[in-house]
Design a protein around this ligand. Structure first.
Ligand SMILES: [Fe+2]
Length: 147
């Protein structure tokens, strides 16, 4: 990996730390819901959203959010690297049970790659914004009013 300036390195470290907390809190929320504690789950989710916002702030400060094609290209490269290099290397280095977890991740990510490629094609074909596929157009779309 090429040498990046110290401040960018630290912003990326901060991004990773807060993004990781957000994902961890969502896992805690899932667990709380399964434990029959929906309000505890809701409070974990609110904290997760706050952590996401901090992560976004640091990623933007690191100038890693560039918009449209650049972001899609970056997402595609990341997924490819993980699927072609990172996970295969780790799969060879762990027991079968753990390898199966990584294999499920790789399979899910192959579908994500297909979605990212579709997104790139849709964006290239669109005049401006892309259309929403029907499954995300039911009140969960960013344009929908907050409930
Ligand atoms: Fe990924």
């Amino acid at each position: 990996m090429s040498r990046i300036p110290r401040f960018l390195e630290h912003l990326k470290t901060g991004f990773t730390a807060e993004a990781t907390s957000a994902a961890r809190y969502r896992a805690y929320a899932d667990r709380s819901r399964r434990d029959g504690l929906p309000h505890l789950a809701e409070r974990w989710l609110r904290l997760a959203a706050a952590k996401d916002a901090l992560a976004v702030e640091m990623l933007e400060a690191a100038e890693q959010v560039r918009g449209t094609d650049a972001d899609i290209g970056n997402a595609v490269s990341e997924e490819r690297y993980e699927n072609d290099v990172l996970y295969p290397k780790m799969i060879r280095d762990v027991d079968q049970e753990t390898a199966n977890v990584f294999l499920r991740v790789v399979n899910a990510q192959k579908e994500h790659l297909r979605q990212l490629e579709a997104l790139r094609n849709d964006l290239n074909a669109a005049q401006g914004d892309v259309a929403l596929p029907p499954e995300v157009d039911r009140g969960t779309a960013p344009s929908a009013p907050e409930s």
